[in-house]
Design a binder for this molecule. Structure first.
Ligand code: HEC
Ligand code: HEC
Length: 209
């Protein structure tokens, strides 16, 4: 006979443990914020397998796949950690994070963060150019992602990211299907109207700075 309460308990414990490890890991990151040339070089070699999808130097040319070039190192490490631990899942990406060590993740992050982001080829619609900046202020996107949306620490750069990817992530946060380390991004997206998501993704994807 099934006892539901004894089945749900371990899940709560597992979730609590996962959160604990995530925060322990993130607080450790604070002390690993200076990448050496050797880290970058080790990361570059390890990254050969990644560029098949993420593009040369991490400049993705595939609409569903995010660019990694010029992303903040902490955002990359955090994402890899979430994929490795299974908090964030994607059938294409998850297998490539599964066997990475913490050192691998830091080196890969150091490498991709050191690469220059190629200019965005997205031409935002007139509506997006007109309304995007106001929405980004109204909903505090600029507070967290930085005034130019270039990211800071674990908060990812979104300026000039692939449009299809941005749209999918924003819809995913709103629908609570995209993992969210601390809940901040899901609550930011929860109040967006669908047409505002369209405008924001269109605006942000076309930013070239
Ligand atoms: C087979 C294709 C493929 C390969 C190879 C691949 N990735 Fe990915 N990666 C993806 C996809 C697709 C996503 C977007 C997943 C999603 O929509 O959540 C992604 C997402 C990511 C993200 C999250 C970026 C963000 O802005 O949140 C990081 C970091 C990342 N990959 C790093 C790597 C690294 C490092 C490697 C090599 C070790 C790698 N990927 C190999 C397909 C791939
Ligand atoms: C309170 C801080 C905060 C606010 C406000 C916020 N974000 Fe975020 N955002 C984050 C964090 C943290 C993440 C990383 C979440 C994770 O992967 O765990 C994120 C991730 C994202 C991503 C996914 C990027 C990627 O590379 O996968 C997009 C897109 C995004 N935010 C867009 C926005 C937009 C547009 C707004 C305004 C409507 C916004 N954010 C407001 C903190 C914030």
């Amino acid at each position: 006979m099934k006892n539901t309460s004894s089945h749900s308990y371990p899940r709560v414990v597992a979730a609590t443990a996962a959160t604990f490890f995530l925060f322990t890991f993130l607080s450790n990151l604070i002390f690993v914020n200076t990448a050496s040339a050797a880290d970058i070089e080790t990361g570059r070699q390890k990254a050969q397998v990644c560029i098949a999808c993420h593009g040369a130097a991490g400049n993705s040319e595939i609409p569903e796949i995010p660019a990694l070039a010029g992303q903040t190192a902490q955002a990359i490490t955090t994402a890899l950690y979430q994929f490795r631990e299974g908090n964030r899942k994607n059938p294409a990406m998850s297998p490539f994070a599964a066997n990475l060590s913490n050192a691998d993740m830091n080196n890969l992050a150091a490498y991709f963060a050191s690469e220059k982001r190629a200019a965005s080829i997205r031409v935002s619609s007139n509506d997006a150019v007109a309304q995007g900046p106001e929405l980004a202020k109204k909903y505090n996107c600029v507070q967290c992602h930085g005034p130019l949306l270039l990211g800071q620490q674990h908060i990812p750069r979104i300026a000039g990211q692939q449009h299809t990817y941005l749209l999918a992530q924003l819809k995913g946060f709103k629908a609570m299907t995209r993992a969210d380390m601390d809940g901040n991004m899901s609550s930011a997206a929860s109040i967006l109207k669908d047409n505002e998501i369209e405008i924001l993704a269109d605006y942000v994807a076309g930013l070239n700075h």
